[in-house]
Design a binder for this molecule. Structure first.
Ligand code: IPM
Ligand code: MN
Length: 391
């Protein structure tokens, strides 16, 4: 057995309940590939603040950086944002924790595959007749650094303070609504965009899919730059990978006609944030969104489901853990446990085919709104049972 350490952030709200289930399944599935996962707790988020006075305790950050692989339950809680967060806006975990990890770990590539479950077709926003028998292959690959998320912070020092004020480059925790002008900087740099597109083309080639590049090159300079780099790298280095472009607004409309949006989809940080939620909701349920963020240079990675902390569900054993469980499968593939990963994915599919559902996966439209969903732990046990059968 090979030992692999993974930094574990249980997270806030209902995340810890879901993470407990996902960790148990991940640990058992990894054994199929001869891997013994050791989860090392690295507390972050409002929960960590309440214990250690910091949403990103130094020790946790150092340990996570050292290990280089993080399994991340979501952080954040509007109730605490509106209390402690008002006094200490710099502690808000979305920026202090999540963006810090992305930036310090160099997590450039954010994979968000959309998986369509026929059993859950009634939850999809797309009309069922628009989804072919064999399903849809749609892998969102969001550029996770730079852009409007990091621009102002990354470039602040290059702008003299008096100019910052004139152009309205305020730090977001001092913005009151009384300023005369407030701006954000969005930027891309050539080397990083080139690295991103090489990874995007390579992934498309590996998956035998076309590369679809999303942008707003009809309006914005950074997307003209983005498109030219994609064209150049495609032509020179990946002539075998079919390449096409979509403006972001058109791509948004195509979420509802997904046959026309099949491939690896390259999109900027902000576009990718918006479109990937839409894509998952269009094809199914947010509770099933899985996501990985990777540094292509050194393999550092963070695995985080997309469904947030759902604080209103906390402590009730009703939150849907399947997104976390599917995210654990992505993590297993990354650490060299592809059989375990496959076993988890098969298990989830089987459990859904059997009609097992958490409360969020019932649809009022079908008249089963009164059905009582399975609990977080209970659906986890069913998945685990199916994983065990595949050993
Ligand atoms: C996501 C989330 C984050 C983002 C938030 C919580 C900062 O929405 O991972 O998509 O915008 O990137
Ligand atoms: Mn998002």
């Amino acid at each position: 057995m090979k030992n692999i350490e993974i930094a574990l952030v249980m997270g806030d709200g209902s995340a810890p309940e879901m993470m407990r289930v996902a960790c148990k399944i991940a640990k058992i599935a990894a054994v199929i590939d001869g891997i013994n996962i050791q989860f090392i707790k690295t507390p972050m988020g409002w929960g960590a603040y309440q214990k250690y006075g910091d949403t990103l305790p130094k020790k946790s950050l150092e340990k996570a950086m050292e290990i280089g692989i993080v399994f991340f339950g979501a952080v954040g809680d509007p109730a605490l944002d509106n209390t402690i967060g008002v006094e200490k806006p710099e502690m808000k975990p979305e920026t202090k924790v999540l963006l810090a990890l992305r930036s310090q770990m160099g997590l450039l590539l954010n994979f968000r595959p959309v998986v369509y479950y026929k059993e859950l077709a009634h939850l999809a926003q797309v009309r069922p007749e628009r989804i072919p028998e064999q399903g849809i292959r749609q892998i969102w690959l969001r550029f996770l650094l730079q852009d409007s998320y990091f621009g102002s912070e990354d470039l602040r020092e290059q702008i003299p303070p008096e100019v910052r004020e004139r152009i309205g480059l305020w730090r977001k925790n001092v913005v009151t609504g009384d300023q005369l002008i407030v701006s954000d900087i969005a930027y891309y740099t050539r080397k990083v965009v080139e690295k991103y597109f090489r990874a995007a083309f390579s992934h498309a080639r590996l998956m035998k899919l076309p590369l679809i590049v999303i942008d707003k090159a009809n309006i914005m300079a950074r997307y003209v730059f983005w498109r030219k780099i994609a064209e150049r790298i495609g032509k020179k280095e990946f002539p075998d990978v079919p390449l096409s472009f979509q403006y972001v607004d058109a791509a948004n409309a195509l979420l509802f006609d997904p046959v026309k949006l099949q491939g690896v989809i390259a999109c900027g940080n902000e576009h990718g944030d918006i479109l990937s939620d839409g894509a998952v909701a269009a094809m199914g349920s947010m509770g099933l969104m899985c996501s990985s963020a990777i540094n292509p240079d050194n393999g550092k990675a963070m695995f985080e489901a997309g469904s947030g902390t759902a604080p209103t569900l906390a402590g009730k054993n009703i939150a849907n853990p399947l997104g976390r469980i599917l995210t654990a499968a992505m993590m297993l593939r990354h650490i060299g446990a592809p059989k375990g990963a496959g076993a988890i994915e098969t298990a989830v599919r089987e459990v859904l085919s059997n009609g097992s559902r958490t409360a969020d996966l019932f649809s009022a439209k079908r008249g089963d709104a009164d059905s009582i969903g399975l609990g977080t732990k209970e659906i986890g046990e069913l998945v685990l049972d199916r994983v065990l059968r595949q050993r």
